[in-house]
Design a protein around this ligand. Structure first.
Ligand code: BES
Ligand code: ZN
Length: 456
């Protein structure tokens, strides 16, 4: 292990340069114009994995390619672990709020700023570098590893489930490791044992057959933007509760022990308020911000469009209005049930003066795994060794759609070992990744294979 750790220490500047190279690909999965960038990014990763001494394969899919990279197999059955990551990133817009261009990585002290730096390129790259250290120092890796790096996580991971089914035998493993979550503070490592699920849909209200002069016609027809605003306003009550009938029926309450653990995490409500730049916090009555964002479900408007958006004014009654919506789910809500209940409720509330169109989008179930198992305990030991601090156990509010497929298809639980700090600005302008977390993540990965191999 000494050689591995020394190798990591000695090579940080080169690792950072390589990570910058990876970050220069504008691999925005949501925007079709970036398809070639996703392909080039996947090809670069495949090539990079080969340089590290891995057997790497670039696997085309109906969507963006999947990179599969395996450590050279040795004779005999050994423990096998999967490392999952995603090389696609969220759209960088609005560009004007970036202090440096999103795909031109900038380093300030120990901070690397670029879209995808924390979510997720920097995090899975830390694992690749740990494996490089084993290979290049000739240190025996005590288990087999397979990297699965996909390009559709930010758009719902549609191609990966069929790929897992196709390659089930070769991918069967003892556990999956993902670093695509957070940690509460620098030097406070975390094992995340729950994620929220998500369902998404788009609702469009159509009124007149074209935009109308609001002076000539306004007052005689429903305004779709007004109808949509009123409809959306009914989806949540004054206490922050979602009004969809049955929405909370399957929600499992936090245990008293979990509430106590949550209160021990650093951070205050006032600090949270200031960090978010709001005049006052808001959320479901009776819960703290941490509880609201990790263990309670929500209904969010992600985008709202109608009428004239250009400069100056335009006196019209718009022909249509549209909202992009996601709901975050917690154990044991089921995406299909919630989608059905939400659609039924929207239809019930829709006035007869407009036509409603609903386009259901992707969905992912919530995830919860007891942190008492042997793999989780091994992960905690690796975190202790790398950070020299006692790790915390936490739930998080984001979603990683594929984790339930790993369980269903491969029978494997997932260890979520996040390296992003709370101010990483994931999905926001000026996304950043802390370079000390990058280095600690590499050490954590190096220890992890030792600790996980012992569990067999
Ligand atoms: N890395 C995030 C998920 C995450 C972030 C989990 C922080 C826990 C803490 C991931 O890339 C992500 O953003 N997922 C999407 C999935 C969605 C598009 C289906 C999300 O949560 O919005
Ligand atoms: Zn993300």
């Amino acid at each position: 292990m000494k050689a591995v750790l020394n190798y990591l220490k000695a090579n940080q500047p080169r690792f950072i340069d390589e990570l910058c190279e990876l970050l220069r690909f504008p691999s925005v999965s949501a925007q079709p114009a970036h398809k070639p960038d996703l392909e080039n990014c996947a090809a670069w990763l495949t090539q990079h994995c080969r340089q590290l001494g891995l057997d790497a394969e670039l696997c085309p899919t109906k969507g963006h390619p999947i990179v599969l990279a395996r450590t050279p197999r040795r004779a005999g059955r050994r423990p096998h672990f999967l490392v999952y990551g995603h090389y696609d990133v969220q759209p960088p817009e609005p560009f004007e709020l970036w202090e440096s261009p999103p795909f031109e990585p900038a380093i300030h002290g120990r901070t690397l700023v670029a879209r995808g730096s924390a979510d997720n390129k920097g995090q899975h790259f830390a694992h690749l570098k740990a494996v490089e250290a084993y290979v290049k120092t000739g240190t025996d890796l005590p288990c087999d590893l397979t990297f699965v790096l996909e390009g559709e996580e930010e758009v719902g991971s549609q191609s990966l489930p069929p790929f897992l089914r196709q390659r089930r035998e070769e991918l069967r493993c003892d556990a999956v490791v993902i670093s695509d979550t957070g940690m509460p503070a620098k030097n406070l490592p975390a094992l995340t044992y729950a994620l929220r699920g998500v369902v998404s849909l788009e609702v469009t209200l159509r009124g007149p057959s074209r935009d109308l002069h609001s002076g000539l016609f306004g007052g005689s027809v429903e305004n779709p933007a007004m109808a949509l605003s009123q409809l959306l306003a009914k989806m949540r009550d004054a206490k922050g509760r979602v009004t969809i009938p049955g929405f909370y029926a399957d929600v499992v309450a936090l245990t008293p022990l979990e509430r106590k653990q949550l209160r021990r995490l650093p951070g205050s409500e006032e600090g949270h308020r200031r960090f978010l730049g709001v005049p006052a916090l808001f959320g479901e009555a009776g819960f703290s911000s941490l509880e609201r964002t990790t263990a309670r479900p929500t209904f969010e408007i992600n985008g709202l469009t109608s009428g004239y958006q250009g400069e100056g004014g335009k006196t019209i009654v718009p022909a249509w209005a549209r909202a992009k919506i996601t709901m975050r789910l917690v154990p044991s809500q089921r995406p299909e049930e919630i989608m059905k209940a939400a659609i039924a409720w929207l239809k019930r509330l829709c006035p007869p003066t407009v036509r409603m169109e609903i386009a259901p989008g992707h969905g992912a179930p919530p995830y919860l795994v007891e942190p008492s198992g042997v793999h989780a305990q091994a992960a905690l030991r690796a975190l202790r060794a790398a950070f020299r601090r006692e790790p915390v156990l936490m739930r998080e509010g984001g979603s990683i759609p594929i984790v339930t497929d790993f369980k269903k298809t491969l029978g494997a639980d997932t260890l979520l070992l996040g390296l992003a700090l709370p101010d990483a600005n994931a999905h926001s302008p000026n996304e950043k990744f802390d370079l000390d977390c990058f280095a600690a993540g590499q050490r954590m990965s190096a220890w992890l294979w030792q600790e996980l191999a012992k569990t067999k």
